[in-house]
Design a protein around this ligand. Structure first.
Ligand SMILES: [Cu+2]
Length: 142
């Protein structure tokens, strides 16, 4: 009976330990945020940035909006087999920097009501960290 109890409590400890390592807290820092209006399509812009996760748990980017233009629609895009495709989420692994850049993962906005310039505020929605506001500098397409 005693032996059985020890085994039971040991497995409980292991369960708690393993759930900690999976469910640790993410610590998100976002830098180098740019938003680039499309030269060809009206009301469309792409956004690039670095999302740094200094925490011990992963997070997911699930969406993005522009504070100044709430009606604009933000989509998460990736490239698969050389073609741009919409994705539902971007996984942000712990202890890693996730790069959103041209030709790879990026955010794209549609139906922006006017030509954007200067800086705008993006609201990035994370599953665990919640909404994070970042300033995005408008850049011209190089
Ligand atoms: Cu895109």
């Amino acid at each position: 009976m005693i032996k059985k109890n020890i085994v039971l409590s040991l497995s409980l400890v292991m369960l708690i330990l393993s759930s900690c390592s999976i469910g640790g807290r993410p610590e998100i820092v976002v830098s180098n945020v740019t938003i680039i209006p499309s030269g060809m399509m009206k009301g469309v812009a792409s956004s690039f940035m670095q999302i740094i996760n200094n925490g011990s748990g992963s997070d997911r980017l699930t969406g993005c909006t522009i504070k100044e233009y709430p009606s604009a629609r933000g989509e998460l895009h990736d490239f698969k087999d050389g073609r741009m495709t919409k994705v539902e989420e971007v996984i942000i692994p712990a202890h890693e920097t996730t790069e959103l850049m041209r030709g790879s993962l990026h955010i794209m906005f549609f139906e922006i009501p006017e030509k954007i310039k200067g800086t705008v505020t993006l609201i990035l929605n994370f599953e665990k960290s919640g909404p994070i506001e970042v300033r995005a500098e408008t850049a011209l397409r190089k």
